[in-house]
Design a protein around this ligand. Structure first.
Ligand SMILES: [Zn+2]
Length: 160
């Protein structure tokens, strides 16, 4: 399954099947499953302005995870860095994902603070980062730019 979201009139955010499957594997379908998360890695397409998420990092032992919280350890940025080096500097950091134990996920206050910190402090290409939340039945994606403007992306296409 490929998932395409509209960002602006000239930009789309595309998740390839592998990235979707890596996130869906951590869906919290049972009461005992803790939140999971990681970083999004992919490409800015030069010809179309589109952004492609090729892969995501999986939860690490050093993360702190519970049913209703997820604290990402530094290990994710280390993995992102080494993947970036392996891929000859083409695999960019695009944002952060995590799961929620809700059918239809919505960001918490802590999520918004986390995202604001990421946009202010992390190093990335362009002016915005993407923040999918993987619920039990739906994946929803928000974006925040370096001015703090924040909105949800609409799904444009779902296939496969
Ligand atoms: Zn959350």
């Amino acid at each position: 399954m490929k998932l395409v979201f509209r960002v602006t009139s000239s930009q789309r955010l595309i998740f390839v099947e592998q990235a979707i499957e890596q996130m869906l594997a951590f869906r919290q379908r049972s009461w005992w499953q803790a939140e999971a998360g990681g970083v999004l890695l992919g490409r800015h397409l030069l010809d179309t302005n589109d952004v492609v998420v090729d892969e995501v990092t999986a939860p690490q032992k050093s993360d702190r995870r519970s049913r209703f919280s997820f604290f990402r350890s530094k290990r994710h940025s280390e993995i992102a860095n080494s993947r970036w080096q392996e891929e000859a500097s083409t695999l960019a950091y695009l944002g952060l994902w995590h799961t929620h134990p809700e059918r239809d996920p919505t960001p918490s206050e802590v999520d918004r603070q986390d995202w604001t910190q990421a946009v202010l402090k992390d190093t990335f290409h362009g002016s915005r980062l993407f923040f999918p939340i993987v619920g039990i039945e739906r994946i929803r994606v928000w974006t925040m730019d370096t001015d703090g403007a924040f909105f949800e992306l609409n799904v444009e296409e779902k296939n496969g």
